[in-house]
Write a protein that binds this ligand. Structure first.
Ligand SMILES: *Cc1c(COP(=O)(O)O)cnc(C)c1O
Length: 308
């Protein structure tokens, strides 16, 4: 499996940044692999080695119908020649992502939303007798995932005043923070929750690091909740691509960068500071909004064609 690591860091140029005296860089984890995108590779790396150490060859994991994690798992299992089962939340649906998962050899099982909440029970019921089966939580959330995300910081060759990332489960943020602490950097972490009521993330992140570790949650950029978006966010994605040739997704990275730009505009950062945002990948999410996006920007048709 060919992985583009360490992922490149590049500067993002924008007259507004210049005006505020800040420099903005992006770490392109979205370029690590076309299917195992961004932080999903970071999170799977040590999960896969733990499964291997324990001689578990059948990966079993969980996700929604547009889950970046399911696709990443399917691709990683395929490359490693491992059988893989994906438990999908909700009614039996078909879409490009799930089709790709199946094509990569993942067996899909659909589970209603109520039962889905009890993942360990589902795993026990279906695979309790399969001693090859290895439970991987939704989104890969685990200690190993946090450890893998520490490498985002460990790969950096210069230091930044602030690192910014989007948060769903908070594992990525926790890994970044753990590495900042271990290296005793003065870098501060700014976290943009992509869901409503992101308060739980404070504990989720602190669970894996020290309670005194310094980071801030910015809770105004969730656009109504997980996977919710509006025209403003779609326009932002379109404009950003036109300006920088960097593709953002509506679930995670567009909310992060929208938040970053807003924080810069409102003088959250001091002149002279250097900022790094993490492009955690996720462009396959755009396939879920193909119609809306191409209605606004027909040139996206070609871009979306090339995603899978
Ligand atoms: C899964 C995902 C995240 C969220 O990462 P957490 O570690 O769960 O906070 C962020 N960005 C993208 C593109 C993702 O696919």
């Amino acid at each position: 499996m060919k992985l583009n690591l360490p992922s490149p860091v590049q500067e993002v140029h924008n007259p507004h940044y210049l005006e505020k005296g800040v420099r903005v860089f992006v770490k392109r984890d979205d370029l690590i692999h076309p299917l195992i995108s961004g932080n999903k590779w970071r999170k799977l790396k040590f999960i896969l080695s733990k499964a291997q150490r324990e001689a578990k060859n059948h990966l079993v994991t969980f996700g929604g119908a547009y889950s970046n994690h399911l696709l990443a798992c399917a691709a990683a299992a395929n490359y490693n020649g491992l059988p893989c089962t994906g438990i999908v939340r909700g009614e039996d649906v078909k879409n490009e992502i799930l089709y790709k998962c199946t094509a990569l050899g993942m067996k899909l099982i659909f589970v209603d939303r109520e039962s889905y909440r009890y993942k360990h029970r589902i795993f026990e019921d279906l695979f309790g007798k399969d001693d090859q089966a290895y439970f991987i939580d939704e989104g890969g959330a685990s200690e190993q995932a946090v450890e893998g995300c520490e490498e985002i910081v460990n790969e950096l060759v210069s230091t930044f005043d602030h690192i910014l990332c989007a948060a769903g489960t908070g594992s990525t943020a926790a890994g970044i923070l753990a590495a900042i602490k271990k290296q005793k950097l003065s870098t501060r972490l700014q976290v943009i929750p992509v869901l409503k009521d992101g308060d739980f993330l404070k504990q989720a992140i602190e669970k894996y690091t020290a309670p005194d570790a310094s980071f801030e949650l910015h809770q105004n950029y969730h656009f109504g909740g997980y996977a919710k978006y509006n025209d403003q966010l779609l326009d932002f994605i379109i404009d950003y691509y036109k300006q920088h040739h960097i593709l953002l997704d509506q679930v995670y990275t567009a909310k992060l960068v929208f938040g970053l730009d807003d924080l810069i505009r409102s003088d959250f950062f001091k002149p002279g500071e250097q900022l790094l945002w993490i492009h955690t990948g996720g462009k396959t999410g755009l396939l879920g909004i193909r119609e809306k996006l191409t209605a606004k920007a027909p040139e996206f048709r070609q871009i979306l064609e090339e995603i899978l």
